[in-house]
Design a binder for this molecule. Structure first.
Ligand code: THU
Length: 133
């Protein structure tokens, strides 16, 4: 039996999406990370008038989690309202790989579509600490 309650995680991502600050794109995203103690840490996208300083929901969640002392992550859920489910962008994949490695990523939208994909599938040839050794 999986230790991951993906339903709870997806619901947390959908709820986190409600807090999105997306007045420019109107594209609202929520993310929820599960750590090894069962804690869920959420994030939403936070846009900025400069556009370029916008931070994605996934990075808000992971940076918030790290800054609060969470270190080991089992899964992440990402919720958006796109008919084609929204996977993490390239920058978020790099950051997620650094702290989470090959975890499952649950993608959901508001109409109930879902897909599960592994980080290694999204980010197959990473630059990571192994290159620095
Ligand atoms: N966005 C995320 O928060 N996560 C993703 O995985 C893709 C894009 C945000 C950034 C921006 O606020 C809006 O969606 C449109 O790109």
């Amino acid at each position: 039996m999986s230790l991951i309650d993906s339903t709870r995680l997806k619901q947390a991502a959908l709820k986190a999406r409600d807090h999105a600050h997306a007045p420019y794109s109107h594209f609202r995203v929520g993310a929820a990370l599960l750590d090894d103690s069962g804690a869920i840490i959420t994030g939403c996208n936070v846009e900025n008038a400069t556009y370029g300083l916008t931070v994605c929901a996934e990075r808000v969640a992971i940076l918030k989690a790290i800054s609060e002392g969470h270190r080991k992550f089992l899964a992440i859920a990402v919720a958006a309202d796109s008919p084609t489910l929204t996977p993490p962008c390239g920058a978020c994949r790099q950051i997620l790989w650094e702290f989470c490695g090959d975890i499952p990523v649950y993608l959901v939208n508001l109409r109930g579509d879902e897909r599960e994909v592994q980080m290694a599938e999204l980010f197959p040839s990473p630059f990571d600490r192994r290159q620095l050794l």
